[in-house]
Design a protein around this ligand. Sequence first.
Ligand SMILES: NC(=O)c1ccc[n+]([C@@H]2O[C@H](COP(=O)([O-])OP(=O)(O)OC[C@H]3O[C@@H](n4cnc5c(N)ncnc54)[C@H](OP(=O)(O)O)[C@@H]3O)[C@@H](O)[C@H]2O)c1
Length: 304
Amino acid sequence: MQYTHINDEVKLSRIVLGCMRIANLGPTAVRDLIETALDAGINFFDHADIYGGGRSEEVFAEALAQEKGLREKLFIQTKCGIRPGFYDFSKEHILQSVDGSLKRLKTDYVDVLLLHRPDTLMEPEEVAEAFTALEKAGKVRFFGVSNHNPMQIELLQQALPQKIMFNQLQFGPAHTGMIDAGINVNMLTDGAIVRDGGVLEYSRLKKITIQAWSPLQFGFFEGVFLDHPSFAKLNTVLERIADEHGVPKSAVAIAWILRHPAQMQVVVGTTKSGRLKELCRATEVELSRKEWYEIYQAGGRELP
Ligand SMILES: NC(=O)c1ccc[n+]([C@@H]2O[C@H](COP(=O)([O-])OP(=O)(O)OC[C@H]3O[C@@H](n4cnc5c(N)ncnc54)[C@H](OP(=O)(O)O)[C@@H]3O)[C@@H](O)[C@H]2O)c1
């Protein structure tokens, strides 16, 4: 496993287990998944107050309760700010949401809190009050955002005493907007459209770790591109490179994200231990530039 060093004490695995889909598993199945993750070197687990309507956090806690000392071995991240029909970064909601997560997770603190999706009605000073209260109470150690562009982060950061350390964004071989705009600068093609305000380069400059969510999906949860007929070329290229490196093709897809010098984390969402083991073999592979660009183009993108 490869790790992102937050400080001298905290090193977070670059592959993160996303817990959005675990709500329907039983605690024993979740514990097996956590054990598999830990065995593979994953120590970082991604939640949100809304996953499974709160059930994902609950079943995760039930799994942790099955084995003493498990909580201390891992880092837990959760998110807040999405409510039914609206987004809410008010101080009151942030505080309430974190208390709800802590209760469901049966823990005194989460390691990381992310603001889930930009709330255009956000008052940065109010978020600052909420974050400071949470930090002082020992309920949250580190802070970040999700699905935010650089100017939104700047607006928030100027009011915050805490550094925004993470930004979780959709990214993978079949969702490459963050890369496309940089490759197609000043072209008249669709690839040149900047949809994210240059968030990739901004994050590198500001040392914000991008967490790539839904790395195997295309569209907005339309499906997994692995073995999907619409992504025949991508699958063929991944299979060939996987054979050459002696790893599964899902591992090559994850290795493609890890290879980028932005040093992203990858939030994988499988609920199957076997698949998780396969994905973690990504850290055995260092893709060459040629392989990296070949996968990029096989995903349907063109170089100008
Ligand atoms: N910040 C945000 O706005 C946001 C949005 C969405 C997600 N997320 C986070 O990102 C995490 C990952 O999202 P995701 O679940 O969509 O990611 P993903 O890893 O791209 O997709 C996982 C899904 O693909 C399926 N799958 C099919 N074949 C697979 C294979 N060979 N290997 C692995 N999985 C395969 C899995 O099914 P099985 O379970 O049957 O393996 C599972 O349903 C979530 O858990 C959540 O923590 C964040």
